[in-house]
Design a protein around this ligand. Structure first.
Ligand SMILES: [Zn+2]
Ligand SMILES: [Zn+2]
Length: 296
């Protein structure tokens, strides 16, 4: 994301943006080089008029390059102003090492790196500790032997992005889920097990409407059925009301498939990540019930 004020940004934020600009810059450079080569071939083959058609795309890519460079300048200046900070790169192949610079003499111009921007500005001892056996001996000659025997704990930016995506999906799933207030599956007589808030709202309105319809038709004749739908409506309403309240404890099985002590309940803290996502979801605050509600 573009940084408004580099002086208040963290090294990681600045380097993350520099990495993004670097990738965009490299792509645009490839475009310029590729198209320019094509223009030369076309001109040599006597097809200069086709070459002219490529000019706008070359200009566009050049413009992108200039914009990337302009955006990177204040960030590079901030790096200099602070006297620099630690940076780390991971070589992208199996068993690739972590280096403090891409100029490391154990690497080649063709070596592909992932810039570990999440470690920018961190203590070198911490970087080495996280790198474990992946720490480059050339870049980090003083790394203790016991640390060199540990596995690599550093994640690549791609891995971090995937994890963030997964958390996002869990959040979306939690935002749609509904259970009985005690965390058990919401089971109804007329609508079976209800798993989503959407179905709950629809079923609630349906149960109300149907109970009213039967009441008008004949209370005496439909007494039992009316009672059943009334009971369903109350169950669903209680579950919807519980949605509005943040969770303070982790129900043992508030998602149908999560067992006590199962994967959903093993995260750190008192609440599992699904409950935390539940509480963080702004969708829960404005639960609105129908105005006319004979069962409340
Ligand atoms: Zn190195
Ligand atoms: Zn939980």
């Amino acid at each position: 994301m573009p940084i408004d004020d580099p002086t208040t940004a963290t090294p990681s934020e600045i380097d993350e943006e520099l990495a993004r600009l670097g990738i965009e810059h490299a792509k645009a450079t490839d475009t310029v080089n590729g198209l320019t080569a094509r223009v030369h071939r076309l001109v040599n083959d006597g097809m200069a008029e086709y070459a002219t058609e490529l000019q706008p795309r070359i200009e566009q890519a050049r413009q992108t390059i200039a914009e990337c460079e302009a955006a990177a300048r204040p960030l590079d200046a901030e790096f200099e102003r602070r006297g620099g900070w630690t940076r780390a790169w991971l070589v992208l192949n199996t068993g690739g090492h972590v280096h403090r610079t891409m100029e490391c003499r154990t690497c080649f111009p063709s070596t592909r790196f992932a810039w570990l921007t999440q470690l920018s500005g961190h203590d070198e001892t911490e970087i080495v500790e996280q790198a474990g056996k992946a720490a480059c001996t050339e870049c980090y000659p003083s790394a203790p032997v016991d640390i060199r025997n540990q596995p690599r704990r550093i994640k690549t930016p791609e891995q971090l992005a995937r994890e963030a995506e997964k958390a996002e999906r869990a959040k979306a799933k939690a935002a749609k889920a509904i259970t009985a207030p005690d965390g058990t599956p919401l089971r109804t007589k007329g609508y079976g097990q209800i798993d989503t808030e959407f179905t709950a709202r629809r079923s609630y309105l349906d149960a109300l409407a149907y109970a009213r319809y039967l009441t008008r038709a004949s209370i005496a004749h439909h007494r039992d059925t009316i009672a059943e739908y009334r009971e369903d409506a109350q169950l669903i309403l209680a579950a919807l009301a519980a949605l509005a309240a943040p969770r303070t404890t982790c129900a043992p099985n508030w998602l149908p498939r999560s067992k006590p002590g199962g994967s959903a309940n093993t995260s750190s803290g008192a609440l599992c990540r699904l409950c935390l996502a539940w509480n963080a979801s702004p969708a829960y605050a404005p639960i609105r019930f129908p105005r006319e509600d004979p069962y409340r």
